[in-house]
Unconditional design. Structure first.
Lengths: 305, 289
């Protein structure tokens, strides 16, 4: 268990053993996609091996933020600017001028969103050496990164989250007991917030996507019910383009297929919502169908206690 | 009045003959949107949904003079499609597609800014001016022409805000889904600027979510430049740190981007906060009196 894992910790599958480095000084260097400047930005500091957020707060003058223009790439003068803040001598600065374009190239060719070298060290011999690194990859770009796809290790992920990802469902497990199935990421977060607002605790975030078909709803039920903590499922669908009567039939078929034995509260809104609710009400299944999210959330919270 | 789109919008659909584009174009036409043509390379010369298909945006430009384009092509090809529309001279481009690589967007954003083009999205529901034109995948039926301008990072959450303002009889001037990606073509601030200048808009609803600092920047802009009342709801108050909540942009990183921080900042800047998503419409009604 480290501060980068949750309270369950992570199992270590492989270890990288490196030659022992005699460290003279530890520096910090990273690159991120910065939303503000809409550029790749390099962040450098003479204070390495520590929590960089803390350095940013206490001694902001020891950090440099250097945005890279996508047209020009990193320029030598930018490497010199960063070198100055890192406190490099002229030899090391030359070395760094070679390193900066290489790191940018690594970042761009592998579709990274974060490349953090902490620490970047100066060895006793005065050379620069990247001692530890962490990278984040843009999941939207993984389709064009076959090498990185191969490195994927599902054992490092929550098994329900990877199962969901296989079916194109977006799922994040949480610690409550009200299972949530919602269409749309924003509405899914809004539904979790609403549950909390009425005194309940959501068991998960789950976005079934814009088209809540029977197949996807079935898969979603299976994933939600695999969590033994779940006492009630709240389904919140805003049927825009999809008709709610079709969604209602999908929900019924899914419940039958999966064999749901805990209460299910369904809120349908949008196209043909009334017909959908009638279908659910007349089905004889153990479903509470409510047209309004407030009532549905209150009911789900009540059933979860 | 309204912003961005109206009954004079002449829409071009890129990726026209694909299944999603076909489904949503049918709905848009039914709503009254003027679709003047579509583009699918290799299918030029055909007719689809009663409109001509072209091999390129440039061909379409010459034949039917569109002034807006909507993109439904798969994510790996969006960079090319956006830049093609931009090169052909289209000034309003809406990209619906989800999953466009972030580094593609860095390049696209730089280029469209240089050319003065308004890009909406990617990963967004589009733009609708009720009763005039629907350029997107939102359900037309829940909308009603009226006085509230809506800006949102999320699709279905926008529908929720729309439904509430319709049910309360306020209606909407225009609804803009700016999308849930880290590098959006249009920011909250861009849309706020347009709504501030629009006569029909009497109040603005801004639906945000966790991740990034777009809401905080918008808050400062509102404090300094927006005279109309702004109502805001922030989704993700219960989201855990470090996990991406569906949208590529919805992640609390290094303790930054929490809902609590955003709400605090918005309140300080005089924005009316809907504590819960159920109260968005009611809050707008209260503010408008």
């Amino acid at each position: 268990m480290t501060y980068q894992t949750d309270t369950q910790g992570q199992l270590v599958n492989s270890i990288l053993i490196e030659e022992c480095t005699d460290i003279a000084q530890e520096l910090y260097l990273s690159a991120v996609v910065d939303r503000g400047t809409q550029r790749i930005v390099f962040i450098g500091s003479s204070e390495g091996g520590v929590n960089i957020e803390e350095v940013a707060e206490k001694t902001p003058e020891k950090i440099i933020y250097e945005p890279i223009d996508p047209l020009t790439g990193p320029m030598p003068f930018q490497a010199r600017k960063i070198s100055k803040i890192l406190g490099l001598n002229s030899e090391q600065s030359k070395e760094f001028s070679k390193m900066l374009p290489q790191l940018t190239d690594l970042f761009v060719t592998h579709d990274l969103t974060l490349l953090e070298i902490n620490p970047l060290v100066i060895t006793q011999g005065g050379k620069l050496h990247c001692l530890d690194a962490k990278i984040n990859i843009d999941t939207n770009a993984i389709y064009r990164q076959p090498e990185i796809q191969e490195m994927h290790d599902p054992s490092q992920e929550d098994p329900r989250e990877s199962e969901a990802a296989m079916h194109d469902l977006s799922y994040v497990s949480l610690e409550g007991n009200i299972g949530c199935m919602v269409n749309g990421a924003g509405l899914a977060m809004g539904t979790m917030d609403t549950i909390k607002y009425f005194g309940g605790a959501p068991a998960n975030f789950l976005d079934v996507g814009g088209t809540a078909t029977q197949e996807r709803v079935s898969k979603a039920f299976k994933i939600i019910l695999a969590d033994p903590e779940v006492k009630v499922v709240l389904v919140n669908i805003f049927g825009g383009i999809v008709r709610c009567d079709l969604i209602a039939e999908g929900i019924l078929a899914a419940i039958e297929e999966v064999g749901v034995s805990i209460p299910v509260v369904v809120r349908l809104e949008g196209n043909n919502a009334d017909i959908g609710s009638t279908i659910l009400a007349e089905s004889g299944a153990e479903i509470v169908s409510l047209n309004n999210l407030e009532d549905a959330a209150i009911k789900a919270v009540e059933l979860s206690k | 009045m309204s912003i961005l789109v109206n009954k004079d919008t002449r829409l071009l659909v890129q990726g026209f003959t694909g299944s999603q584009a076909t489904l949503h174009s049918e709905q848009s036409i039914e709503y009254g949107t003027n679709i003047v043509g579509g583009v699918t390379p290799g299918k030029g010369g055909q007719t689809h949904l009663g409109a001509p298909v072209f091999n390129s945006v440039h061909d379409a430009m010459e034949a039917v003079q569109p002034n807006a384009s909507i993109i439904f092509v798969p994510a790996p090809f969006c960079k090319d499609s956006i830049l093609e529309a931009a090169d052909a001279g289209i000034k309003l481009i809406i990209c619906i597609t989800e999953g466009v690589p972030t580094l593609d967007m860095l390049i696209v954003k730089k280029r469209i800014d240089e050319l003065g083009i308004q890009l909406i999205g990617p990963n967004c529901p589009g733009v609708i001016t009720p009763g005039e034109a629907k350029l997107g995948i939102m359900p037309g039926s829940i909308h009603m022409a009226g006085s509230v301008g809506i800006i949102s990072r999320s699709g279905t959450l926008t529908y929720e805000a729309v439904k509430q303002t319709t049910d309360l009889g306020l209606g909407q001037s225009t609804c803009v889904g700016i999308g849930g990606d880290p590098i959006p073509g249009t920011s909250f601030i861009d849309a706020l600027k347009l709504f501030e200048a629009d006569e029909q808009t009497k109040a603005i609803v801004m639906v945000g979510e966790i991740g990034g600092t777009a809401e905080e920047e918008a808050a400062e802009y509102i404090r300094d430049h927006v005279t109309k009342p702004v109502i805001s709801y922030i989704a993700g108050q219960t989201a855990p740190a470090g996990k991406r909540m569906g949208h590529a942009g919805a992640i609390i990183a290094g303790g930054k981007g929490t809902a609590a921080d955003k709400i605090k900042k918005l309140k300080e800047c005089g924005v009316h906060i809907a504590e819960n998503l159920l109260q968005i419409g009611a809050k707008a009604k209260e503010v408008l009196g």
